[in-house]
Design a protein around this ligand. Structure first.
Ligand SMILES: [Zn+2]
Length: 534
């Protein structure tokens, strides 16, 4: 039975006063302003694409964004929660405090020439924006600057906060931001994430939360041929734990997702490995089930240690995420703005790139989205089948939060893959980010000028979302951000990557700098030359 409060909320939302003529005028002004900043938005998207940094190593990206925000009047605090690439920028004063976040890290081995509809790495083996996290900060910053201009002129009270999702691909930081108190005084969080449509949703996400844990074993080295009986292999423990898990997963709930990589499998075959580590992502629908999986994995690790006479070290948590729950009131307000902005006008070249890529990788040949997604209502428990995770979930259980998804990518792609990088420094990404910034700016204006929205959002948060479920972090008091991750890989590739950093003082776009014809398709002889010879 819905509570009286819930019913009241529904009624209030349905009958909330139409926006004032002044708010409508400000929204129109902001939309025009965002449109006039299209080149600024494009430069941010292209710049961060060219930096292509892995989680926790986003040094160029963060320096660039911090400089840009300071130049635009924001106060920036760096090194948040002991994370060198994390920062919080603020501007304005008083209530409401509106917090804008978006991820900035990329994907291992996803290097790809933009605008080329087949696999053509810019640098073989290097990281690349194979998720599209190069675009969200452009959405947030463009929107914030458009709104800031109006706030300054009209003396509107309110504070804008902007922050990066550092190491989201490692679900590595947002729980630490929460622990650090970044959202303590925040009224509403608006998060933005790349997608292939302009959309938002409310209620529980369809995906999972997770805990990311490394299990390490200590054995004894010995000559693997001369005296193998004197050795105890830590790698054996890793392999037996993995075998145990792979049998056991048959008897886990269908909603779980679990996967691992062996991060240390020994040095060379003739030395019995004295140390070995395996890194698991353990995903489930809610906190109790995630903890249950963690406990089971720990049991299997202890059993593997017993079987091999090795020692299990204390498991290290490298990341965590609560399953997200998004705010109904804010999502509905945002969706009204989405309907007004609509999808970008795709050019024939944009559609050609999309179709060519979809055919190349065997995805449905749908082209780019031309119909808006509907506002997805809350999923019922049985409709949640599990999937990916985003640590925005932790934020969403502390402050009313909504994610704006904007159309900078191509439908039907595998995700976490070079194919997802192809559109991300092309007009598709640029137009998608501008459309997203328009919606974001309009929604910030809603929150500034309709205080009842903030009140209703908190009512939903308190009386519906967190009525029975209270946030408890998955990170333990002793856990610290895993800031050393990816350091070696980035150090290896950065010198080569530097040669391809985007220089907007010389080139209008990154495509122009790389000399890529847009779009470039696979050649008639089947080769994928990638067009450019940078
Ligand atoms: Zn993402």
């Amino acid at each position: 039975m819905p509570s009286l409060n819930t019913l009241l909320l529904v009624v209030q939302a349905a009958t909330s006063p139409a926006q004032s003529p002044q708010l409508a005028a400000f929204k129109q002004e902001a939309v025009r302003d965002v449109a006039s900043r299209a080149q600024f938005t494009q430069q941010m998207v292209d710049q961060i694409f060219s930096y292509a940094e892995l989680g926790f190593q986003e040094t160029e990206t963060s320096r660039y964004l911090v400089d840009l925000l300071r130049k635009n009047g924001f106060t920036v605090r760096e090194g948040i929660a002991g994370i060198p690439t994390a920062w919080v920028a603020t501007w304005g004063s008083g209530k409401p405090v509106i917090s804008l976040g978006s991820d900035i890290d990329d994907i291992p081995q996803a290097s790809q020439k933009p605008g080329v509809a087949c696999h053509a790495p810019l640098i073989e083996g290097a990281p690349g924006h194979g998720e599209g996290h190069n675009s969200g900060q452009a959405v947030n910053i463009t929107a914030a600057l458009a709104v800031k201009k109006i706030m300054e002129r009209e003396h509107l009270p309110g504070t804008l906060q902007i922050w990066p999702g550092v190491a989201e691909e490692l679900v590595g930081t947002k729980a630490y931001f929460v622990r650090e108190g970044v959202f303590k005084d925040v009224d509403i969080v608006l998060f933005s994430h790349v997608d292939d449509n302009l959309a938002t949703s409310w209620g529980d996400i369809s995906g999972n939360g997770l805990v990311s844990v490394q299990f390490s074993f200590l054995g004894k080295s010995a000559h693997a041929a001369g005296a193998p009986w004197r050795g105890r292999s830590a790698l054996d423990a890793v392999e037996l734990m993995d075998i145990g898990w792979n049998f056991r997963r048959e008897h886990l709930r269908l909603q779980q997702r679990s996967h691992y990589v062996i991060t240390n499998g020994g040095d060379q075959p003739n030395v019995v490995p004295p140390t070995a580590s395996v890194w698991y992502y353990l995903r489930e629908l809610d906190y109790p089930h995630i903890q249950e999986m963690f406990a089971l994995a720990d049991t299997l690790a202890q059993a593997a240690a017993m079987m091999t006479s090795t020692t299990l070290l204390p498991p290290r948590i490298l990341g965590s995420a609560w399953p997200g729950h998004f705010n109904k009131i804010i999502a509905e307000a945002m969706y009204e703005n989405i309907k007004q902005v609509g999808l970008p006008q795709w050019s024939e070249a944009d559609q050609r790139l999309a179709h060519a890529l979809q055919r190349d990788i065997g995805a449905p040949d749908s082209g780019l989205a031309t119909r808006l997604d509907t506002l997805r209502p809350a999923l019922k428990p049985g409709e949640r089948t599990g999937g990916g995770s985003d640590d925005i979930g932790d934020v969403s259980w502390n402050v009313p939060t909504v994610t704006l998804r904007f159309p900078s990518n191509i439908p039907g792609l595998p995700g976490h893959n070079w194919a997802n990088a192809i559109s991300m420094a092309t007009p598709i990404a640029h137009k998608g980010a501008t459309a997203g910034a328009k919606v974001m700016a309009m929604t910030i204006l809603d929150l500034l000028m309709r205080p009842e929205l903030v009140t209703q959002a908190w009512d939903y948060f308190r009386t519906v979302q967190t009525k029975d479920i209270k946030y408890q972090p998955l990170i333990r008091p002793q856990d610290r951000p895993a800031i050393e991750l990816n350091r070696d890989v980035m150090a290896r590739f950065r010198p080569q990557m530097r040669r391809y950093y985007y220089d907007p003082s010389k080139y209008r776009t990154y495509l122009e700098q790389l000399g890529i014809t847009y779009p470039t398709e696979r050649a008639a002889d089947g080769s994928c030359s990638g067009g450019a010879t940078p």
